[in-house]
Write a protein that binds this ligand. Structure first.
Ligand code: ZN
Length: 285
């Protein structure tokens, strides 16, 4: 996305509280992450317009076969851990995966006996999930599909919420389409603490993945968002780690993944190592 020349940008108010004031937090080239002065929500500002984003995501995700396989390998352990986590609370039912990509999580859950549906904004990924894996998918965004109220036992979203222009609208829609007692599972990155650490040592990096990532969530912020959307209860987990193709990234991910998982369990499931991706469950109640 960085190389596209025709991205239209716009100045926005805080996507969480609507507050107009913010402080500059980090800059990557001409792009800046800011922190809302009222609620401390961290977001990209200015950011690509919704029209630019839609255009970009229609062609998002690699389409050649080796990239698809690499994607599956990278996410496999996360998907299995998430599936086990869900089944601790719900044994079977109807599951929606938003941002389903190539459909690998849906395929995992279908194999476990779940009735599965996906939403995906990239046509290429959606076609793969439909044609190769034989899954049912709708072209997103979620709010446009218009599922009936109380339609799903579980809604999941892996690395989706940080890409959304209106994360609160998304969470409210998830809440609406979940059955009473339903469960939302979100997987999200938490990059700001690592950025702060690297800046302290004067190390330049592009960890925010701008302008694709529009927000950066801490567990506390995610919790506030879930609460505002109506969820009654939440539980945080480390939930495994990705295995990227590049050897350096793979080692870093595995070291920090194992460390954060160990610290989480040693602390009686309380300590969430800042800077690593996390999984949260929201309960509709
Ligand atoms: Zn705010």
């Amino acid at each position: 996305m960085r190389n596209e020349v025709d991205i239209e940008m716009e100045e926005i108010d805080c996507p969480f509280c609507g507050g107009p004031k913010h402080l500059l937090l980090h800059r990557e080239d001409s792009l800046q992450m800011v922190r809302c002065s009222s609620c401390r929500f961290i977001y990209l500002n200015p950011r690509p317009t919704s029209r630019s984003l839609l255009r970009f995501y229609q062609d998002y995700l690699p389409e050649d076969e080796s990239s698809v396989e690499a994607w599956q390998r990278m996410m496999q352990s996360i998907f299995q851990k998430a599936a086990n986590l869900i089944e601790r609370y719900k044994k079977r039912g109807r599951l929606l995966d938003v941002g389903a990509g190539f459909g690998f999580f849906l395929s995992e859950m279908r194999g476990r006996g779940w009735e599965v549906v996906g939403v995906e904004i990239s046509r290429k990924a959606m076609d793969y999930a439909k044609d190769v894996l034989g899954l049912t998918l709708h072209l997103g965004p979620l709010e446009k599909v218009g599922f009936p109220e109380s339609d799903f036992d579980v809604v999941s979203g892996f690395y989706v919420i940080e890409h959304l222009p209106d994360p609160m609208a998304f969470l409210k829609e998830c809440y609406r389409i979940l059955k009473p007692g339903g469960l939302l599972l979100l997987r999200y990155p938490h990059t700001t603490p690592i950025k702060n650490l690297l800046r302290f040592f004067g190390i330049e990096n592009r960890l925010y993945d701008l302008p694709a990532h529009l927000s950066d969530f801490s567990p506390k912020m995610i919790q506030q968002c879930l609460e505002k959307a109506g969820f009654k209860e939440w539980r945080h987990f480390i939930g495994g780690y990705t295995l990227p193709r590049e050897p350096g990234k793979k080692i870093a991910s595995s070291v920090f993944g194992n460390l954060s998982e160990a610290l989480f369990h040693m602390s009686g499931k309380r300590f969430l190592l800042p800077g690593v991706s996390k999984t949260v469950l929201g309960f509709k109640g």
